[in-house]
Design a protein around this ligand. Structure first.
Ligand code: S3P
Length: 428
């Protein structure tokens, strides 16, 4: 994809449904006893990996344009698949589904693409083995995974890393375990699973960072509407903020406090983002957003983001890096080691591609430092087949002198199919 410098962003958009919430809606509706209807389900490739795995497990799922009908089989109704389940590029699919598979009285193989088969799985295998599942990994840590489940018992688990995928995996396994499963998080991660399990009728309690769920719960079917994806919105918010004379209205974006740190950081830096029609839906805060261009120049100090906030904006770090180049004081990110083991090594991808665009950036093992007020020069960008890198550098291309070329730009379909069309429909 070739990106040229743009003048402004103007218009209004609805965005695809939230990827994190959509995965959970499909998994939880499958566990329920009867038919659920899900509106606004994400069109992303990752969420379709989850649907395909569930179909292989015997769940009937009907898809029309904007609605998904899932005939939940209840906790005991899954059937042994005829082949290995393919999670594609999706860490969420593999890690969260494994919690359900650990509760099944049969053996399932789960695999994925090359990127996913190089991402660590010990983080879910350790607690699932403690609960009684038998799991074989490849080379001691990786997929393909061979999961033989059934007869789980509840555990009390102190999570060593902050990961919503791991937390959700254990919560799903906990639905099949005898007794109460108790999880403690080092810092609060996105809480969509907790909110949705509650919505579908599960006994779940949350007290600060401790979550308790009950193995005896039965899940009831629901009608559920998925909000727009804040992680996808972040790219458009960035473009609108950075380009002069811009104004963009985004409909129904999820602004859950465990996800909206990107907006809070931008507001602190001087961005102009208005919340309109804010309300709560299925326990999730949702709002329309009105964004206008603004200088990210509220003060001269370098902004440092580290510690607990990182878990709440982990997926937005690539676009924050682009925004950082246009701040007055620059930006330092630390404590983001997890970025090295996402769909690509995102720290490497950010540093290498920013340098290709003539930006000064210092790399740390757990982050980077970027000076503000830098001029970007168009370059050939290696997306590393990572959707968030491709989209972040597309926005960089809009503010760069001369053309930018994004290699393997099709990977945006992993989370945001239609990204290029939607962006060009509001770009002047
Ligand atoms: C996700 C959690 C995060 C995030 C990923 C989606 C989720 O991963 O990076 O894109 O839906 O739970 P970790 O749980 O590994 O931090």
């Amino acid at each position: 994809m070739i990106i040229s410098r743009a003048k402004s962003i103007r218009g209004e958009l609805s965005l695809p449904g939230d990827k994190s919430i959509s995965h959970r809606a499909a998994l939880i509706a499958s566990l329920a006893d009867g038919r659920s209807e899900i509106e606004g389900f994400a069109s992303s490739k990752d969420c379709h990996s989850t649907l395909n795995c569930l179909r292989e497990l015997g769940v009937s799922i009907k898809e029309t344009k904007n609605k998904l009908t899932i005939n939940g089989v209840n906790k005991k109704g899954f059937s042994k698949p005829n082949k290995a389940l393919d999670a594609g590029n999706s860490g969420s699919t593999m890690r969260m589904l494994s919690g359900i598979l650990a509760g099944q009285p049969f053996t399932t193989e789960v695999t994925g693409d090359d990127s996913l088969c190089h991402r660590p799985m010990k983080r879910i295998v350790t607690p699932l083995r403690q609960m009684g599942a038998n799991i074989q990994t490849t080379n001691n840590d990786f997929a393909p995974l061979l999961i033989s489940g059934g007869n789980l018992h509840a555990i009390k688990y102190d999570m060593p890393i902050a990961s919503a995928q791991v937390k959700s995996c254990i919560l799903f396994a906990g639905l099949f375990a005898e007794g109460s499963t108790i999880i403690s998080e080092p810092t609060q991660t996105r809480n969509h699973t907790e909110l949705m399990l509650n919505e579908f009728g599960t006994n779940i309690t949350v007290k600060s960072n401790i979550i308790t769920t009950d193995g005896q719960s039965t899940l009831h079917p629901c009608s559920y509407t998925v909000p727009g994806d804040i992680s996808s919105a972040a790219f458009l918010i960035a473009a609108t903020t950075l380009l002069p004379n811009s104004e963009l209205f985004l409909h129904s974006i999820g602004i859950n406090p465990t996800r909206r740190a990107i907006i809070d950081v931008l507001l602190q830096l001087g961005a102009n983002i208005e919340f309109i029609n804010s309300h709560i839906q299925h326990g999730e805060p949702i709002s329309d957003l009105l964004i206008r261009s603004s200088e990210l120049a509220s003060n001269d100090n370098t902004c440092t983001l580290q510690g607990n906030i990182i878990a709440n904006l982990i997926d937005e770090v690539p676009i924050l890096a682009i925004l950082a180049t246009q701040t007055k004081g620059g930006l330092i990110i630390r404590d983001a080691n997890e970025l090295r083991i996402k769909e690509s090594d995102r720290i490497r991808a950010i540093v290498d591609n920013l340098r290709a665009m003539n930006v000064e950036v210092e790399e740390y093992p757990d982050g980077f430092a970027i000076n503000g007020q830098q001029k970007l020069i168009g370059a050939k960008i290696d997306s590393m087949n990572d959707h968030r890198i491709a989209m972040a550098f597309t926005i960089a291309g809009l503010i760069a002198m001369s053309e930018t070329e994004i290699i393997n730009s099709d990977c945006v379909d992993i989370s945001f199919p239609g990204f290029f069309n939607k962006l060009s429909s509001v770009t002047i």
